[in-house]
Design a protein around this ligand. Sequence first.
Ligand code: SF4
Length: 259
Amino acid sequence: MNTDPYRKHLQLCQKLGIRYLPSEPIPPTVSPVQPTSQKQAMESPSFKSEILAPVDYSKLKVTWNPNQTEIGKKLLEFYGQICECQKCSLGASRKNFVFGSGNPQTEIMFVGEAPGEEEDNQGLPFVGRAGQLLTKIIESVGLWKRNEVFICNILKCRPPFNRQPQPSEVEACFPYIHHQIQLIQPKMIVALGLTAAAALLKTKSTLGKLRNQWHDYAGIPLRVTYHPAALLRVDAYKKEVWDDMKIIRDKFMTMTNKK
Ligand code: SF4
């Protein structure tokens, strides 16, 4: 039998000044705090509201129609799942999470290092000067328009002052690019610059050594070339990138029997 209502009633009587009923010590009404298990913590309302808050999809920078294809829909769902990420310190300093842009049904993905200032402002990858150059590089091949490929970065948040990503940041963010590649399943990947190449290929080799050969990322052919930002600094790299793009074009045409 639950005696709480009787005790509460007696307490109320006491407060009202009724003295002829026998009084008893009132037990505490608040249970002592129990240590919280991890499972309980995850099920607590505060954890849910922090981590599982409904995503405002209207705020996401989506450049594809998610209703058009299953891949597009899954990619948008994934974007919604990770867009509030705070796994590393860059989450606190970013203006915008930069997921990626382009066509989820693409044949080719271009992967850079991290968002810069303009990308952070707009929430879209490669939209500054380097991005304009990347558009020219992609379209110079003659096979794709920019909106027909998918472009993203290893890191989804901008490192302050465009500094080099730290290994711990790359490690924290890497599962996201891996899952993007798994969802999109392109026929080919182009790694733009050493940071992207080193992260994808798990290597400490130099860009010079990595550039002149084909690599494999989970069964997908991968080629390494210079980051477009490097071309803005060193004009001579333009010819080398053009050479890389011709190799990419030839391999792609052979793979898809377009030659
Ligand atoms: S850089 Fe990646 S791991 Fe770090 S907070 Fe941004 S999304 Fe999360």
